[in-house]
Design a protein around this ligand. Structure first.
Ligand code: NDP
Length: 340
């Protein structure tokens, strides 16, 4: 019997900020699984800032999504039917499954998850998944973090940022500074061990950073770009390192965004290392990352927070709100309770 799924399609390419009209919820029938395929009923799906980039045409490290096609993205779920000897019925899996409630997938394309024990399955989309892996590879490998460093992270109350700041603290940073968009987020950053935090709406980032890190910084982990990047390059010490992870302040831009001021002279005078980061370049770090970070969660040294929207129909509000900063920690959309 064909499998009926509800899924979100890209209805139009947004110009500037996306709106609900850019998406369409449709019902589709998938054929029965073929040999080597599994049917997965989704428990939760991820919305991530990079998805904004896939909605536009233009140069990117990945192909844009087509109008009329399903929105892609990471999801976790349970195999309810299997025609593969490798992935049994009942298995919990992580898949690039798209914004849908049920999917027919090649068994080779899903990653089986170990039983999560006391941890929610949604952690595989956040702290123990792609965002956590990004933070780990970005800080420790690309940013060449060293004990005693002063670290500044922008977008610090988000999925990647809150992981970066806490990883730095746990590995012996002498100070960890974070910026975020609301007073509540700033208070939460202090609660989870940031040395200093500021709301970037409270003045010029350059001035706020100078107050928070008066002696300058060694590592800048950038999720935001724009004014944050400008300010942080100015605050970096000689031989400082900047990890360019994201530039969410520019994702809805409709015009070319200028680069940092005085970039060349800062690079030369301070011999800065400014490195782009792409998490998919670091699969070899995955096992070390997952073991280390699950240890920190279980020991209580690492605080994990999620913002959860319920139901597939709320996937679009979750995505639009993520871009506007409604989340603290990882934004996820829950489609069903965790299986027992
Ligand atoms: P977050 O959980 O950090 O959510 C996005 C946050 O961005 C919002 O909560 C909001 O917080 C902030 N934001 C939105 N608009 C602005 C703005 N104009 N200025 C400053 N902050 C803004 O998302 P993720 O942790 O998933 O991703 C963080 C960054 O990392 C993104 O830029 C993403 O593209 C990038 N990324 C890159 C990867 C790579 O391999 N290079 C992999 C994964 C993520 P606030 O209230 O503080 O404004």
């Amino acid at each position: 019997m064909p499998i009926t799924a509800r899924e979100w399609h890209l209805a139009a390419r947004p110009h500037g900020e996306p709106t609900p009209d850019d998406f369409a919820l449709v019902e589709v029938e998938h054929p029965d699984p073929a040999e080597g395929q599994v049917v997965v009923r989704m428990v939760a799906m991820s919305v991530d800032p990079y998805m904004r980039g896939r909605m536009r045409l233009g140069p990117s490290y990945a192909a844009p999504w087509e109008v009329g096609e399903v929105m892609k993205g990471g999801a976790v779920g349970r195999v309810v039917e299997s025609r593969s000897p490798d992935v049994p019925e009942g298995a919990l899996v992580l898949a690039d499954a798209a914004w849908r409630d049920v999917a027919v997938l090649d068994a080779r394309s899903v990653r089986q998850l170990p039983p999560t024990g006391d941890l929610p399955l949604t952690y595989s989309l956040g702290i123990l998944g792609m965002p956590g892996h990004t933070a780990y590879a970005g800080l420790f490998r690309v940013g060449a973090f060293r004990e005693g460093d002063v670290v500044f992270v922008s977008g610090a109350a988000g999925a990647v940022g809150s992981a970066v700041g806490q990883f730095a603290r746990l590995r012996g940073a002498s100070a960890v500074v974070g910026s975020a968009g609301t007073p509540e987020k700033v208070a939460w950053l202090r609660e989870i061990g940031f040395t200093a935090a500021f709301d970037y709406h409270d003045g010029r980032v350059k001035d706020l950073l100078a107050q928070a890190a008066p002696d300058g910084i060694d590592v800048f982990f950038d999720n935001v770009g724009g004014e944050h990047l400008d300010a942080a390059l100015g605050a970096l010490h000689v031989h400082g390192r900047a990890v360019i992870c994201g530039s969410i302040s520019t994702y809805n831009a409709t015009e070319t965004v200028p680069g940092p001021a005085n970039f060349s002279s800062l690079m030369i005078s301070k011999r800065l290392a400014v490195s782009g980061l792409l998490v998919s370049d670091h699969p070899d770090l995955y096992r070390e990352f997952a073991e280390t970070v699950s240890g920190w969660i279980r020991s209580g040294e690492l605080t994990v927070r999620e913002t959860v929207y319920e139901g597939l129909e709320n996937a679009v509000p979750a995505f639009l709100d993520l871009l506007k900063g409604a989340n603290t920690g990882k934004m996820v959309v829950r489609l069903a309770p965790d299986p027992d």
